[in-house]
Design a protein around this ligand. Structure first.
Ligand code: B12
Ligand code: SF4
Ligand code: SF4
Length: 400
């Protein structure tokens, strides 16, 4: 492959100046951090294949389909010699306080990354703009941009590029910025100086995420069994949600943030500056029954540009049915919820019907035992509380 050279008319005097210049360009394009690394992921390969070997990917076939392409960047994109790793903050500090939503069982909890526009396109567009700036100064620059869009081991790459350490919750955490950010990469052939990696996990003795995960999905240090994770159950899993997890999901209808909400490093979150990630469609605090009443047309219209649209209407209704089945409210409200659920029976598909029936039976058990302590018994029996005791939100968050 051709080597990269500065264009004769470039204002830069030497290729060694390019690294710093790229970081400045990246920041002006909205990335919170930019780091450079090599393509050696050998230290992570065994961990990745063990994870696949344990079947922790569940039905996410795309996670195991590409063999070593994910752990050997040069097999995915031949000619890659270096990787530019970037992160972009997404937490909207103007959105409703997530704890208020989690504490109201008749509200829908949507993970904070999905309150605004889909990040995949935005991230790749910005990476493309960054690449175009580099291409304008150089000859022979070859690249490909990714953000959760190909078999790429994004977190290990970020850790190697100095963008953060891997927490016990498996997320990349920056000690000055928490974990509420997306990752993206440019696989390329630039001869840039690589950045020092994060070598030490910053968790210390803390275990908050492991203890507070509602479904006990963090099965070891930085190892998540997707099949137990609410994010997987609500987004990636296309079939029935196993019954054992339904009561534990509470009102989380799309993704889950608990392992970030309890993480002390998230006191230091830097809120997003991206208008596209702002929650301007009311999804930060909306009632479950209101969403349940959306027709398929409303679902498609109201969620235009949102990542939520990807799961489709039936899966959306499946998730809502479970959450409505978990509502704790007055007897009257529970009865009305049953009516709303039953009015949709036979209208979407068998999968949704089965979840509606489950939800109705949950509500009816609660209605029947309303005067008795049954409600508490049922909920105390559900192994983990729906809501953790300590959360760490940045001061900038509304009502924090
Ligand atoms: C599959 C996937 C999922 C699956 C599986 C999650 C998982 N933990 O693997 C599910 C559906 C459950 C999921 C959920 C979420 N996801 Co997701 N997901 C991915 C995806 C596509 C692949 C991740 C992967 O390769 N997993 C396999 C495991 C083995 O890899 P890994 O966790 O990266 O593991 C390595 C490190 O943990 C590691 N390691 C590194 N250093 C250290 C240090 C120590 C001491 C140890 C022990 C291990 C260790 O070794 C492992 C093997 O190489 C990435 C995008 C991508 N292409 O990378 C997004 C991605 C990881 N997801 C992301 C997000 C935002 C989420 C959610 C927060 C969304 C939500 N709110 O619902 C949750 C968080 C749940 C969680 N605790 O992980 C972001 C994370 C950003 C960040 N700051 O870390 C990513 C990077 C997407 C993006 N481009 O921004 N996700
Ligand atoms: S996203 Fe939720 S369910 Fe998944 S590991 Fe984190 S706390 Fe557990
Ligand atoms: S909650 Fe504690 S253990 Fe979990 S990632 Fe954060 S610091 Fe690490």
């Amino acid at each position: 492959m051709k080597s990269v050279e500065l264009k004769p008319n470039s204002p830069l005097s030497d290729l060694s100046e390019l690294g710093e210049t790229i970081k400045n360009w990246g920041k002006s394009l909205g990335f919170a951090d930019i780091g450079f690394t090599d393509i050696d992921l050998s230290a992570y390969e065994a961990r990745y294949f063990n994870w696949i070997g344990e079947n922790f990917h569940g039905e996410m076939d795309y996670m195991q389909r590409h063999g070593t392409k994910r752990t050997r960047p040069n097999e995915l994109e031949p000619g890659t010699t270096s990787i530019i790793s970037v992160r972009m903050n997404y937490l909207d500090s103007e959105a409703e306080n997530p704890l208020n939503v989690l504490h109201q069982s008749d509200k829908a909890y949507i993970s904070r990354y999905a309150l605004g526009k889909d990040y995949h396109k935005l991230m790749r567009k910005r990476l493309q703009q960054l690449a175009e700036k580099i291409a304008a100064e150089t000859d022979g620059f070859v690249y490909r941009a990714f953000s959760d869009s190909a078999p790429v081991l994004e977190r290990p790459l970020a850790e190697k590029a100095g963008l953060g350490f891997t927490g016990k919750n498996s997320l990349t955490i920056h000690p000055k910025s928490g974990s509420w950010f997306f990752l993206g990469e440019l696989y390329c052939n630039l001869p840039v100086e690589i950045d020092p990696p994060f070598e030490k996990q910053g968790c210390g003795p803390c275990q908050a995420c492991i203890q507070e995960c509602p479904t006990q999905a963090i099965v070891d240090n930085a190892v998540v069994d997707s099949r137990r994770c609410i994010s997987y159950l609500t987004i990636e899993n296309k079939g029935a949600i196993p019954e054992e997890f339904r009561p534990l999901m509470g009102n989380r209808i799309y993704g889950c943030d608990d392992c970030q909400l309890v993480c002390p490093w998230n006191k230091f979150t830097t809120p997003t500056k991206e208008v596209a990630f702002e929650s301007n469609n009311g999804l930060d605090s909306v009632g479950l029954i209101e969403l349940w009443q959306w027709s398929e047309q409303q679902f498609l219209k109201r969620l235009e540009g949102s990542p939520i649209r990807r799961i489709g209407y039936a899966q959306w209704k499946r998730n809502l049915a479970v959450a409505i089945g978990n509502i704790e409210a007055s007897k009257e409200t529970l009865k009305t919820s049953v009516q709303h659920l039953e009015s949709n029976l036979g209208q979407i598909n068998e999968l949704v019907d089965e979840h509606i029936k489950w939800a109705v039976s949950q509500l009816k058990t609660r209605i029947d035992g309303f005067e008795e302590p049954l409600v508490e018994e049922v909920y105390n029996a559900s192994i983990k509380p729906f809501v953790a005791k300590n959360y760490y939100l940045p001061k900038a968050v509304k009502n924090a």
